[in-house]
Design a protein around this ligand. Structure first.
Ligand code: PAF
Length: 292
């Protein structure tokens, strides 16, 4: 859908971003936002390509968001390669890389927080990643709400690899009346089925071989559940299989309703379901999920 050529620009401030989006709007062009934390790989570029099919101009944000990392997590070592990211984005036809500093995103004195549900209200941020990374979805919700507000895009494109995040963002947009349409794009996998992730860069050759078993185990477990086996037993077997494959720890492996991530009360799958996992190998924590 991309309309005509546009010189690629790296933009550092919200004011500059707004002025460019304003120009596009006056020219009648539609706008897509692809939020990322950079260290771009083929999975991100696929999101940009999907965005380009649906809008005239694409903004990719590159911002390693400190509010979604806990103190013990990998904020300091998270891969950063903005020059390379800019080259890749220019090559695939993205118009703007929006890469603000932390101070630009979070002005001194900023105190507002966003919670997409809690223990009392429930909601897609509860459990799974929300249980193991309690700071994560508050930080994601805050930065995504800010990015959606800053870019005022028609659509925003997110990978299904972070399925729970996608459900949280959809809920956020709905609850806050944000008019940007939230689009989910299926996970890009390598030839062995391993979900592409910036954190795969941390894996040694041996760890990579183990990591590549994860999607196979999820697929097999999903098939058993879809065939009518009780969910708790299938989850337990998948948990054991992930450890047996060589992962050091498994945070969770769960089969849930696809949209609100609730458990199946009857213990067997009814309607749309998703199997989701997070497991650690060496110093790397990997997540993956797929439709069941
Ligand atoms: O998925 C990510 O890369 C991040 O969580 C996001 C959505 C860019 C927010 O920082």
């Amino acid at each position: 859908m991309s309309a005509g050529n546009e010189t690629f620009r790296v933009v550092r401030t919200v004011a500059d971003l707004r002025s460019i989006v304003g120009e596009w709007r006056r020219a009648g062009l539609s706008v897509a936002l692809v939020p990322t934390m950079g260290a771009l790989h083929a999975g991100h570029l696929h999101l940009v390509a999907e965005a380009l099919k649906r809008a005239d101009r694409v903004i990719t944000s590159v911002f390693v968001n400190p509010t979604q990392f806990a103190a013990h997590e990998d904020l300091g070592t998270y891969p950063r390669q903005q020059e390379r990211d800019a080259e890749l984005l220019a090559e695939v036809g993205c118009a703007v890389m929006f890469a603000p500093t932390v101070d630009e995103m979070y002005a001194p004195g900023a105190v507002t927080k966003i919670s997409v549900g809690d223990a009392e209200t429930g909601g897609p941020s509860q459990g799974l990643e929300g249980a193991f990374r309690p700071q994560m979805f508050g930080g994601v919700a805050l930065v995504v709400a800010k990015l959606l507000n800053q870019a005022q895009a028609d659509i925003a494109v997110f990978g299904e690899k972070d399925w729970q995040q996608l459900m949280v963002v959809r809920r956020l947009a709905l609850d806050l009346d944000i008019p940007t349409e939230i689009i989910g794009v299926p996970t890009v996998r390598d030839e062995t089925g391993l979900a592409l992730s910036s954190r795969n860069a941390y894996l040694s050759a041996e760890e990579l071989a183990v990591a590549r078993r994860l999607n196979v185990i999820l697929k097999e477990a999903g098939e058993k559940a879809r065939a009518g086996r009780p969910v708790p037993g299938v989850e337990r077997e998948a948990y054991d299989a992930i450890l047996k494959a060589g992962f050091d720890t498994v945070d969770y492996v769960a089969i849930r309703r696809a949209d609100d991530l609730d458990v199946f009360p009857s213990g067997v799958i009814e309607g749309e379901a998703r199997i989701l996992t997070a497991a650690r190998i060496g110093r790397t924590r990997l997540i993956d999920n797929m439709a069941v």
